[in-house]
Design a protein around this ligand. Structure first.
Ligand code: 13P
Length: 251
């Protein structure tokens, strides 16, 4: 079922008391019934259990920013999907461009992470997006298609429907430069087309596709108004409760 979602990716920010304060403020300001909208947060690993506890009884769902491609064992420093699920977190980001760029995560590694997430009943938020160089070289569709095909096409239609996709153009992340609503819509429609080619239109229409990259209260509404944009994955602005809530209210 295609959901409307605003998700906050905190990245490697905040200490434990700052994290607690942010969660408290966001939950206090979520007024009344949020109807069919969803609000998700992705704190760093050490704060997952705190976040799950503090959001109990609120509509906020909690996820991790990464998981291991392995199930368990001698992989020092890694965190398994099963561990995340056992903390009652429900979601996990897979393939954020910062993981691809700085930690060399390939589409093939990400295939394993998607399988680990789904195998542990976590909803994977699979991130795709092109660099500025790729955009300028006219390669947007080629890059995005490869990211989708290599990491997702092995899934059954039923499993695919448990995945959320985030389109995050690398050139728009943390730069203050946002894709225009038309630019973002064009890629979101393309993502849906690539999924429809393999799974049919009905399935593709059920997948939530979020936009990420310098979303702010000032530009959220026009982005979320586009046909194929089902919400946002927010970095910097998710660290400020009032901005995050304002973006959520734009849904
Ligand atoms: P910014 O909103 O800071 O550009 O980050 C977007 C992002 O990477 C979310 O995952």
């Amino acid at each position: 079922m295609r959901k409307k979602i605003v998700a906050g990716n905190w990245k490697m920010n905040l200490n434990r008391s700052e994290a607690t304060e942010l969660i408290n403020t966001v939950s206090e300001h979520l007024s009344g019934d949020i109807q069919d909208r969803h609000i998700w947060i992705f704190p760093p690993f050490p704060f997952l259990t705190d976040a799950v506890r503090k959001t109990a009884g609120t509509p906020i769902k909690v996820g991790a920013q990464n998981c291991s491609m392995y199930t368990s064992g001698a992989y020092t420093g890694e965190v398994a999907a099963d561990m995340i699920a056992s903390c009652d977190a429900e979601l996990v980001l897979v393939g954020h461009s910062e993981r691809r760029q700085y930690f060399n995560e390939s589409n093939l590694v990400l295939t394993e992470k998607i399988n680990q997430a789904l195998g542990n009943n976590l909803c994977p938020v699979y991130c795709v997006g092109e660099t500025l160089e790729e955009r300028q070289g006219g390669k947007v569709e080629e890059v995005i298609e490869k990211q989708l095909v290599q990491a997702l096409y092995h899934l059954s239609a039923e499993k695919l429907q448990q995945v959320v996709i985030a389109y995050e153009p690398v050139w728009a992340i943390g730069t203050g430069e946002t894709a225009t609503p038309d630019q973002a819509q064009e890629v979101h429609a393309f993502i849906r087309k690539v999924l429809a080619d393999q799974y049919g239109e009905e399935v593709a229409n059920e997948i939530s596709i979020l936009y990420g990259g310098s979303v702010k209260p000032a530009n959220a509404e026009e982005l979320f108004a586009m046909n194929d944009i089902d919400g946002g994955l927010i970095g910097g602005a998710s660290l400020k409760a009032s901005d995050f809530i304002a973006i959520f209210n734009a849904l």
